[in-house]
Design a protein around this ligand. Structure first.
Ligand SMILES: Nc1ncnc2c1ncn2[C@@H]1O[C@H](COP(=O)(O)OP(=O)(O)OP(=O)(O)O)[C@@H](O)[C@H]1O
Length: 317
């Protein structure tokens, strides 16, 4: 496997008021992946990104970007990074073309109209290239933010809450843009509150809470490893209570008595489904229908960051 594009070793950050926002974070990002950093408000996501991008100083540890130490070799490290912040604060009177083209120069890259044009076309901004930023819709402004971050052709792109507050259509469009970037080889780290964003797009997921990375895992493995499934049985006739023979199975009888929910671990050697169905039949309980439901990343996430922020054992491996 090629060298990681970003490595954080023991990164800690204590703000001037003594608040410890990052507590010894170790993280290694692979080239070309989409990595979603999930965490509740105040978890340390923005602090982490800001430390990588050199916007805030960090107190301990090291960060290397493409092999460049981001303190000793700041310029080279920073030039590899594109950062899409949450909001566009300046440039209201500039045109789309000028603002994107200017950003390229900030990173010491020579003027290259072809790159700017391709970036604008990729983000469906070409038609708007001569419009002033202030005249654009919120969605278009978001696209301009991405274009600005991409103008110097960074290999590593940070998206800080890319779709916070945008409508569903724009969110889908943004996902599409991110996928296209990945296809072109750009490594992407996005922070998000939206679990569905991570679920839909990420190759790997990191969960951060109270300045600590609780886990880093392939998304698919995470869902397998921590995921549970529910078997929902719809009964022919309602039950007033579960028969005593089925009492100690952790089954849940729905409020109207017509559904039984059996939760099981997808990785357990025995799911208990066969015995349950046999036992129901022995009790003359007829099943009309059945369905299964996989727990979502959201349920996994909520389970992880609750419980005083402690990760469950199996997540720490
Ligand atoms: N300049 C500062 N001085 C002191 N504490 C700070 C400072 N900036 C941030 N913090 C604290 O550090 C913690 C992490 O903040 P950070 O912005 O990194 O969280 P976040 O995960 O990005 O949250 P959100 O999802 O709300 O943006 C928070 O408790 C915040 O109050």
């Amino acid at each position: 496997m090629s060298d990681p594009i970003l490595v954080l070793s023991g990164v800690s950050k204590t703000y001037k008021n003594g608040f410890e926002a990052l507590k010894g974070v170790d993280l290694s990002i692979r080239r070309g992946e989409i990595f979603a950093l999930l965490g509740p408000n105040g978890a340390g996501k923005t602090t982490l990104i800001s430390a990588v991008c050199g916007i805030v100083s960090f107190t301990g540890g090291t960060i290397t970007v493409g092999g460049h130490d981001n303190r000793r070799d700041y310029k080279a490290a920073r030039a590899m990074i594109g950062l899409v912040p949450q909001e566009l604060t300046t440039d209201a009177f500039e045109t789309v073309w000028d603002t994107v083209s200017f950003t390229r120069g900030l990173f010491g890259k020579p003027r290259n109209d072809a790159v700017v044009e391709r970036t604008l076309r990729d983000l469906s901004l070409w038609e708007k290239k001569d419009s002033k930023i202030m005249t654009l819709s919120g969605g278009m402004k978001r696209r301009v933010l991405i274009a600005k971050a991409l103008a110097h052709e960074p290999e590593l792109l940070f998206l800080d809450e890319p779709t916070a507050g945008v409508d569903v259509t724009l969110r889908r469009d943004m996902w599409e843009v991110v996928r296209r970037l990945r296809e072109n080889g750009t490594t992407i780290i996005l922070t998000t509150h939206y679990i569905e964003e991570a679920e839909e797009m990420a190759d790997r997921v990191g969960v951060i809470a109270r300045g600590q990375l609780l886990l880093v895992e392939e998304k698919s493995r995470l869902m397998e490893k921590l995921g549970h499934k529910e078997l929902i049985l719809t009964l022919d006739a309602p039950l007033s209570a579960l028969p005593p023979a089925l009492d100690d199975r952790g089954l849940h009888l729905g409020a109207d008595g017509t559904t039984i929910v059996h939760t099981y671990d997808t990785n357990a050697p025995r799911t208990g489904i066969a015995t349950l169905i046999a036992d129901l039949s022995r009790e003359n309980i007829r099943i009309r229908d059945l369905e299964t439901r996989q727990s979502s990343l959201e349920e996994i996430f909520v389970g992880l960051v609750s419980d005083n922020g402690a990760a469950p054992k199996e997540a720490r491996s």
